[in-house]
Design a binder for this molecule. Structure first.
Ligand code: HEM
Ligand SMILES: *[C@@H]1O[C@H](CO)[C@@H](O)[C@H](O)[C@H]1NC(C)=O
Ligand SMILES: *[C@@H]1O[C@H](CO)[C@@H](O)[C@H](O)[C@H]1NC(C)=O
Length: 458
């Protein structure tokens, strides 16, 4: 904290005598354990592509990701689903996830409930994303469990990396928690949120927040043009720009706690931490423009890019993050807290209230009865952030939304096994009432577009 004191003092040009109110202000800052903005920027810029702590190890054999044989690239066929997440699409295109992309004929559970081949399940997600990216078990299981509960089918444990099953195959059996399973393509404010790297805000694109907008992609791409290197700090700056754009252009901009406050900004950090190439010379990884484009299914040269729908690829000769230093939940919260501190305009919980440029924030303490505070999300001790999110995810599971026998217990199993454990051994403050009525003033809060299966045909 010496650094922060020093920075605050030098900012106001004081040397020895501290006015009482400045001392109080410093005491407040100390209490929150926030480094000064200068220290935060330094920390953000000093990160490697493995985060604030370098990976430090490289093992070519372990980190090489096969793109041949069973992992050869194949673009999606007409009955295969792809969606808003480039990493899931690329993993499915290379058979690290099931190539169906979710519920898909002829293996759709409506056809044969005992056949889990040909669909996307939690265990397959964990092993596939571990093998392809070095994502930790607890992080990919948490992400998959939430997808299954909110947008998939808790009864058979399947989920879709794109939209709902192709029309006519619903058979009544895939109705998820919120009605028919919509997959993550149509999970606005639940999983998918505004201010994405490359996807439009749903409201500004007739509900389509899964297709890539090459102009948005080019904005992120521009951050590395100078030396053909992409960094956590550069992407944090691009995120700030996109937050400002959404507030200025999208009357329905709404930062819901999970989808837009957490998932959308975390995705920027995923690109750097999980799509970088690793080598003996650069064990902490480096990401160049070609690799960034391949993972996003983009061709062409800046700024004239073209997106090849659903054709995201793992590049040949690519070495992922080491399995011994996987990207997990603590890494995710820490990178996010550093970004929020370095670029305070990026921590958003709230939205536009009455047209563009009418952003109003909501304090966490108001929706959690004072148990959590917005500052918990930018604290470098990430235990409160984990505690808050573990409870929020449970709180948004609607009461009595389990008309089908067995569904509630299936959901509880997923919660107990994969969601509650993210709090580790922390003593979490318990939220008595999670008050979502405070979101009613945001027109974007209730916006929930539906659509077709996200099947990309050329
Ligand atoms: C079970 C695991 C995963 C789930 C359920 C998931 C889900 C999602 C969802 C719902 C979105 C849309 C969010 C938005 O509105 O911006 C998204 C975007 C994204 N995801 Fe994933 N994801 C998973 C794993 C990964 C992994 C392993 C990576 C990186 C290797 C990754 C990288 C990204 C990126 C970069 C975006 C933003 C795309 C863009 O804005 O153009 N995801 N993901
Ligand atoms: C893509 O994004 C840019 C910048 O946000 C926006 O001006 C443009 O309308 C979008 N294009 C499409 C086709 O949605
Ligand atoms: C990854 O790095 C290695 C070592 O520098 C290099 O041989 C390989 O071509 C790189 N892969 C990609 C996809 O750039």
């Amino acid at each position: 904290m010496k650094l922060s004191l020093f920075a605050v003092v030098s900012l106001v040009g004081l040397s020895s005598a501290f006015p009482a109110d400045l001392l109080n202000a410093i005491a407040d800052i100390e209490a929150l354990e926030l480094p000064s903005i200068y220290a935060a920027l330094d920390l953000s810029k000093s990160r490697t592509n493995c985060g604030p702590t370098p990976c430090g190890v490289f093992n070519a054999q372990e980190q090489f990701v096969s793109t041949t044989g069973e992992h050869a690239y194949a673009k999606p066929r007409s009955n295969q689903i792809r969606g808003p997440c480039p990493a899931l699409n690329a993993a499915a295109n290379h058979g690290y996830l099931d190539r169906s992309g979710g519920f898909s004929p002829p293996f759709h559970p409506a056809v044969d409930l005992t056949n889990t081949a040909g669909v996307t399940t939690l265990p397959e997600t964990v092993s596939g994303l571990g093998a392809a990216f070095g994502m930790s078990t607890e992080l990919s299981a948490f992400l998959a469990a939430y997808a299954i509960i909110m947008n998939g089918n808790p009864l058979d444990g399947t989920w879709s990396i794109g939209g709902p099953p192709p029309t006519g195959l619903l058979g009544g059996l895939t109705s998820g928690l919120l009605g028919d399973s919509q997959g993550i393509s149509y999970s606005h404010n639940i999983y998918e949120g505004d201010t994405s790297i490359g996807r439009n805000d749903a409201y500004l694109n007739n509900g389509d927040a899964h297709s890539l907008n090459v102009t948005r992609f080019a904005s992120a791409y521009a951050t590395g043009l100078g030396n053909d290197r992409y960094t956590l700090d550069g992407f944090a700056q691009d995120f700030l720009k996109k937050v400002q754009e959404s507030i200025a252009n999208n009357p329905y901009y709404f930062a819901a706690p999970f989808s837009t406050t957490l998932v959308a900004p975390v995705a920027y950090n995923f690109v750097i931490n999980l799509m970088s190439n690793h080598s003996a010379a650069e064990p902490d990884g480096y990401l160049d423009g070609e690799t960034f484009k391949a993972f996003f299914g983009v061709t062409g040269d800046y700024p004239n890019f073209k997106w090849l729908k659903g054709q995201e690829r793992i590049p040949d000769n690519w070495y992922r993050r080491p399995s011994s230093v996987p990207y997990g939940i603590p890494n995710g919260f820490l990178d996010l807290a550093i970004n929020f501190q370095a670029y305070p305009g990026t921590l958003r919980l709230g939205g536009n209230t009455n047209g563009v440029n009418t952003y109003v924030g909501v304090d966490l303490s108001d929706i959690t009865g004072g148990v959590y505070h917005s500052s918990d999300l930018l604290n470098l001790k990430t235990s409160n952030a984990a505690c808050f999110y573990a409870q929020v995810v449970q709180a948004v599971i609607p009461d009595g939304a389990a008309p089908l026998l067995g569904k509630l217990s299936a959901i509880l199993n997923l919660v107990n096994k994969w969601i509650k454990p993210i709090t580790g051994s922390f003593k979490c403050g318990i939220i008595g009432k999670y008050d979502q009525t405070l979101f009613n003033k945001f027109p974007g809060y209730k916006y929930r577009p539906k659509g077709q299966a996200t099947i990309y045909k050329e």
